[in-house]
Design a protein around this ligand. Structure first.
Ligand code: DGL
Length: 274
């Protein structure tokens, strides 16, 4: 086993959404190595029963530990985190963080009128994870939480603008817009890719909050505390894996994340295959 310092960070999501978090981590911690698994072969997680998503989260997290010897794990998927975070935190031999706490914290600091919105998948909203995290962050917040089924599918197809997605956004965002929120958390890591459409519907007075940067800051703090930060001055190695079509993952992933996603490898429940 490599020393704590030189081991990679592990991250997973149901597909491309977690790349919004990966981008923030690569920018904030450029010296760190990263292993990212996108479970595109089994996405979307949002409409699936909690027990099924929990099973996937276990497989992915344990694969990162056993097959890639990661030093810490970031659950870059709200849906998986909302049903599996506590038990993974209890059983894994490495520290783990998710996007939920950092996102809730940022939202509570952003609002002025205390009326906040959270949008996410059906699974995330139904789990109550944000309702609990926000009540803890600031009990005075008035929360409107709304599921946005269909958003993730647009992103996974590579469609992030246009009439179809705008019409869906108008319909799905009506409850948070009508509630008069002044800050809206994108509680699904796929949604930042739709932020222009979402901002158009919500109007200029609503601040959109996404958890990527906050999660990267929380990860940096965690690594510093554990004395496992890489030396600066090196460029980290970034490895991307997908359980679905690897070429599609590399092509669309590069468009979404940037040039660091030069290629992708196949991931199966048994780990990596070449
Ligand atoms: N990106 C994931 C999230 O943050 C979910 C997408 C899905 O439904 O698979 O919740």
């Amino acid at each position: 086993m490599a020393s704590g310092v030189t081991r990679p960070i592990g991250m997973f999501d149901s597909g491309f959404g977690g790349l919004t978090v990966a981008r923030a981590v690569i920018d904030l911690l450029p010296a760190e190595d990263l292993v990212y698994i996108g479970d595109t072969g089994r996405y979307p997680y949002g409409p699936k029963p909690a027990a099924e998503v929990r099973g996937y989260a276990h497989e992915l997290a344990w694969s990162l530990v056993r097959d890639f010897d990661v030093k810490a794990i970031v659950i870059a998927c709200n849906t998986a985190a909302s049903v599996a975070f506590e038990e993974l935190a209890a059983e894994l031999p490495v520290p783990i963080i998710s996007v939920i706490e950092p996102g809730a914290h940022a939202l509570s600091l952003t609002t002025r009128n205390k009326k906040v919105g959270v949008i996410g998948t059906v699974g995330t909203i139904a789990s109550g994870a944000y309702q609990r995290a926000l009540a803890q962050a600031d009990p005075a917040l008035q929360l409107t939480a709304t599921a946005c089924p269909g958003f993730v599918e647009f992103v996974e197809r590579g469609t992030t603008s246009g009439d179809e997605v705008a019409i869906l956004a108008e319909a799905l965002l009506a409850p948070v817009r009508d509630a008069g929120v002044d800050a809206l958390l994108l509680g699904c890591t796929h949604y930042p890719y739709l932020s222009r459409v979402i901002a158009d519907v919500m109007g200029p007075d609503v601040v959109l909050v996404s958890s990527g940067d906050e999660t990267a800051f929380a990860l940096a703090a965690l690594l510093t505390k554990a004395n496992s930060r890489q030396e600066t001055g090196r460029t980290g190695i970034h490895q991307f894996l997908s359980s679905g079509d690897v070429q599609w993952f590399a092509d669309l992933g590069r468009r979404l994340l940037g040039p660091e996603l030069a290629n992708a490898q196949q991931w199966t429940t048994g780990g990596i295959t070449t």
